[in-house]
Design a protein around this ligand. Structure first.
Ligand SMILES: Nc1ncnc2c1ncn2[C@@H]1O[C@H](COP(=O)(O)OP(=O)(O)OP(=O)(O)O)[C@@H](O)[C@H]1O
Ligand SMILES: [Mg+2]
Length: 425
C-alpha cells in the first residue's frame, strides 16, 4: 500500500479512536456527576429532616421554641445540642435514605472558620469545605450556623455504584487501544519487511545479471570461428564462464541458505572443531585476495584452548562473512584484524576493520534479515543483507553470542563468542 494512503488511514483511524475514547469518557463523567447530584440531594434532604427532628426535641425542652435560641453563643450550642442525639438522628436519617457510608459531621458558623461541635476526622478542612450542609436558621434566627456532613468514601461509593459499566468500559478501552497500537506496529513491521524483500529481489536480480550477461557474451564469442581456432582464447573464455558460473553458484547458495534459515530447518553438524584451524582456512582463502590488492590482514591467535563443539562448515562461513564485510565496508585501504582469546567457558573471535562504521540506530538492525544500511548512492556496495543474519542465526544455534562495537568513519569490531560445549545449560 502506498505510504501516503497508510498515513491517511492511520490518521483517520487514530482520530476516530480518539473520538470514541473521548465520548466514552464524556458520558462516563456525565453519568458520574448525575449520580453525585442524586446522592447529594438525598443527603441534603436527610440533613434537613435531621434538623427538623432536632427542633422537635428542643421544642419539647424549651418554653418559647425557636425564639429562645436567638442569642446563643458557641458555648451555648455545645450545651444545647447533645452530640449523641445529633449523631443518632443523622445515622437514622441516612439509613432511611439508604446511604450506608461512614461520615463526619459538625456544626460550624457561616464564616466556616472552625467546627463548633461534631465528629471530624484528622482534619476539619474536608467538613468545612463540604457542599453538603443545611442552615440551622430555624434554631438560631440571628446567628448564622450550618450543620454539615462529609463522606470520606463518597467517590469510591459512587464509582462502585457505576461498577460494571465503569470498569467494563475502561477495560474495553484498554483492549481497544492496545489492539490498535499492536496492529499499527505489525503493519509497520510488515511494510518494512516487504520493502526489505523488494530491495533483496532488486539486489539479487542485479547480482545475477552481471555474471549471466558475461557468460552469455563469452558463449557467443566461443561460437565464432576466429576464437575456436585459437586454443588460448577458448581457454580464456572457458575460464571466464567457469568463474562467473561459480560466482552465480555462490549467490544462489547464499539465497538458499537464507531460505533454509527462514524455515527453521537448520541442521547443524556439531563436532569437535579447532577454531584456529577454521580461522586459518578462511585466511588462506582470502590470502590471494589480500596479496593482490592494498589490503592488510593482521592475525592475533591468542586463544590457548581452541577446540570447541561446533559446525565447522558454518564456523568458516561465519568468519568469512565478517572478514568480507570488513573489506566491503571500508572506503580506503582495508586493515582487518582477526583476534582470538579465551575465557573459562569458550573462545572469542573478533574481526576489526577501519571502515565506514555503523550508526547507533542501524546497529540494532543490522542482524535482521535483508537489512542493509541505506547509503544512498554514495557507497555502491552490493549485498543481500543476509550475511549478518546468517552469522547471528548460526552463532545463536551453537549457543554462542555475537556483539558489535562501531563508530562511524572509524571502524567496526564484530566479536563472536562460542562456548567449548554448545549443549544448552
Ligand atoms: N564491518 C562493517 N562496517 C560497516 N557496515 C557494516 C559492516 N558489516 C555490516 N555492515 C552493514 O550492515 C549491513 C548488513 O550486513 P550483511 O552482511 O548482513 O549484509 P550485506 O553485506 O549487505 O549483504 P550480504 O552479506 O548478504 O552479501 C550492511 O549492508 C552494512 O551496511
Ligand atoms: Mg555481508
Amino acid at each position: 500500500m502506498n505510504r501516503r494512503i497508510i498515513i491517511l488511514v492511520l490518521v483517520i483511524t487514530s482520530l476516530a479512536l480518539g473520538g470514541i475514547i473521548f465520548s466514552q469518557f464524556f458520558w462516563m463523567n456525565k453519568s458520574y456527576h448525575l449520580r453525585r447530584e442524586q446522592f447529594e440531594n438525598k443527603v441534603r434532604i436527610a440533613l434537613k429532616s435531621t434538623v427538623n427532628q432536632l427542633m422537635e426535641h428542643n421544642r419539647a425542652d424549651m418554653h418559647s421554641g425557636c425564639q429562645s435560641f436567638c442569642c446563643l453563643s458557641d458555648t451555648n450550642i455545645q450545651q444545647t445540642i447533645h452530640p449523641d442525639l445529633l449523631d443518632s438522628l443523622i445515622r437514622h436519617e441516612l439509613d432511611y435514605y439508604q446511604i450506608p457510608l461512614e461520615y463526619e459531621y459538625g456544626v460550624f458558623n457561616c464564616a466556616r472558620d472552625s467546627v463548633i461541635m461534631g465528629k471530624t476526622g484528622s482534619t476539619e478542612e474536608n467538613l468545612l469545605q463540604s457542599p453538603l450542609f443545611t442552615p440551622l436558621s430555624c434554631l438560631w434566627k440571628r446567628n448564622c450556623y450550618n450543620l454539615g456532613i462529609y463522606f470520606p468514601g463518597q467517590q469510591n461509593y459512587l464509582l462502585g455504584q457505576m461498577g460494571v459499566w465503569f470498569f467494563g468500559s475502561i477495560f474495553l478501552i484498554l483492549i481497544l487501544v492496545s489492539g490498535y497500537f499492536l496492529t499499527i506496529f505489525m503493519i509497520m513491521r510488515q511494510k518494512k519487511l516487504s520493502e526489505m524483500k523488494t530491495d533483496f529481489m532488486n539486489n539479487m536480480t542485479h547480482e545475477f545479471k552481471t555474471p549471466i550477461s558475461t557468460i552469455s557474451a563469452s558463449c557467443e564469442l566461443l561460437t565464432q570461428e576466429a576464437i575456436t581456432s585459437n586454443p588460448e582464447k577458448v581457454k580464456k573464455y572457458a575460464r571466464i564462464i567457469f568463474d562467473e558460473n561459480n560466482r552465480l553458484k555462490g549467490q544462489v547458495d547464499r539465497a538458499l541458505q537464507a531460505a533454509l534459515l527462514d524455515q527453521q530447518t537448520l541442521s547443524l553438524n556439531l563436532e569437535p572443531t579447532d577454531a584456529h584451524e577454521a580461522v586459518n582456512e578462511v585466511i588462506t582463502n582470502y590470502g590471494v585476495h589480500f596479496r593482490k590488492s592494498h589490503k592488510t590482514l593482521f592475525v592475533n591467535l591468542n586463544a590457548e584452548k581452541t577446540i570447541i563443539h561446533a559446525d565447522r562448515h558454518h564456523l568458516i562461513n561465519i568468519i568469512a562473512n565478517l572478514i568480507e564485510n570488513g573489506i566491503k565496508y571500508t572506503e580506503g585501504e582495508p586493515k582487518i584484524t582477526v583476534t582470538t582469546w579465551n575465557d573459562d567457558s569458550g573462545i572469542f573471535i573478533s574481526v576489526e576493520d577501519n571502515g565506514i562504521g555503523i550508526s547507533k540506530e542501524n546497529l540494532r538492525q543490522i542482524f535482521s534479515r535483508f537489512y542493509r544500511v541505506s547509503t544512498g548512492n554514495v557507497h555502491n556496495v552490493k549485498g543481500f543483507g543476509l550475511g549478518l543474519y546468517y552469522v547471528k542465526t548460526l552463532v545463536d544455534a551453537m549457543n554462542g553470542s555475537v556483539s558489535v562495537q562501531s563508530e562511524q568513519k572509524k571502524g567496526s569490531t564484530f566479536t563472536i563468542f562460542l562456548p567449548f560445549s554448545c549443549e544448552k545449560q
